[in-house]
Write a protein that binds this ligand. Sequence first.
Ligand code: UGA
Length: 439
Amino acid sequence: MTIIANKCPDYKVTVVDISAERIDAWNSDKLPIFEPGLLERVLSVRGKNLFFSTEIDLGIDEADIIFVSVNTPTKMFGEGAGKAVDLQFIEQTARRIKNNSKSNKIVVEKSTLPVRAAEALATILHSGDNSVEFEILSNPEFMAEGTGVSDMENPDRILIGSRDTASGLAARDVLMDIYLHWVPKERLITTNLWSSELSKLVANAVLAQRISSINTIASLCEATEADVTEVSRAIGMDSRIGSKFLNAGPGFGGSCFRKDILNLVYLCEYYQLNEVAAFWEQVVSINDYQMERYVKRILQAMFNTLVGKKLAVFGFAFKPDTGDTRDAPAIYICKRLLEEKACLKITDPYALDNARKDLQLNEGKKEFIEDPYEAVEGVHAIALITEWSSYKKLDYQKIFEKMEKPAFIFDGRNCLDHQALYKIGFNVYPVGKPELSHL
Ligand code: UGA
């Protein structure tokens, strides 16, 4: 919405939310999320054509177009528990829109929704004796965290799904007019509603599937003398494959991949496509396996016991340039390390508050330390889980001197100079490459 307000001065954008605390933060200089470039863009339009408010009913009443961007977590109870999407927030929102609309509206699904959710939305909106007309569009979001601003300003594509009726196509054109303020026409794709909804799930499933694929090959590389970075490069130069999303790591995280794949799995099971469901579920299983493999490698390298050993954890966010830790591999990995009775000194430039909450119920010794040099004081090993660029620039000679010997480093992202670390004296364990060990 911030980018729309920046690019379309002729539109008034009002963001409403039930959380007063969150709206207050959006109205302050400390935004509730960290996203490079966002604050400047908020400041340039806030109070002009971008407003943040808790007056939801008024916001609905005033709007011609409503983007529904409420959360759609995995349902944790009853039918479909653990896989299906919990639609309660969508349904509550639909009812609120219906009850507060006095004029016709275009309702845009921005939240990631199961296929055919538009139908349910339309049914709720058109129920009862309200004479107001609602046209529903699907406009899934493909931006990634950390690069949200540039993804939004320069998107690969904008996808708009609509009904193939006169009013459906007219509504689609209204939404297209907004994006045409800055997105070239050839990057706007239009489809029917169901294709649009399904494309969102499939985009995330295919991206995650690439990561799980390369992570399986990483395990094979560790067993042989192959190097997964070399394999990724060699296959990625085939233009049919492409080079992105082939970095092996400790597993993918974030609020979307697991949730969206499980949603796809549930959908397939619903239509009794059990083999198809099993195929996609395997992408998630491999991710779980990859996180556990990272822990096992630490354990094996450190003489099969971590009891009382100190480990510095470098990075807790699910990826760099965000403070978000939702479904971060670091959560699983740290819990496992604590189970093995390791003492953790966790450092991260932006995610320590979230890390504290994520691990609050876990027993064991854990400290949260902002300065990585302080975090490595007296530790036996470093487990690098998030590839913050600042970690590449640290003085590893100085770090080595502060650590217990033998000193181990488990570079879960293959982002450090392994030969240089080895020369300093570290025992280096990358992902999908032979270890460099002095032992
Ligand atoms: C993902 C998609 O990339 C976006 O297109 C989508 O809009 C978004 O989900 C969403 O549905 O909202 P995001 O979760 O922000 O975006 O982050 P990604 O850049 O996709 O990274 C996800 C995870 O995969 C991270 O943990 C990252 O470290 C990991 N990853 C990524 C790898 O392990 N290897 C890679 O080569 C790439």
